[in-house]
Design a protein around this ligand. Structure first.
Ligand SMILES: [Zn+2]
Length: 75
């Protein structure tokens, strides 16, 4: 199970059903999320450098809230 992130302008947003390119991190794994940022995995996945400085915690909370179980599968 994975969390989806996508790019809106220069910002990463969390949640399924968002338009645009998506990047994925392991569901429930803050470590995976942090590693993806450290390794700039989002740059490779999204072909754009997202602005995440200072937003790690906020993004993580969005991920946990926006990808909650019961919101459907696929995507
Ligand atoms: Zn992972």
């Amino acid at each position: 199970m994975l969390f989806r992130l996508s790019l809106h302008g220069d910002e990463l947003v969390a949640g399924r059903g968002q338009p645009g390119r998506g990047a994925w991190v392991c569901r429930g794994s803050r470590r995976c999320f942090d590693l993806a940022i450290e390794r700039r995995a989002f740059v490779r996945a999204l072909h754009h450098e997202p602005v995440v400085v200072g937003r790690h915690d906020a993004l993580w909370r969005e991920l946990e809230a926006g990808n909650a179980p019961g919101q459907g599968v696929g995507g």
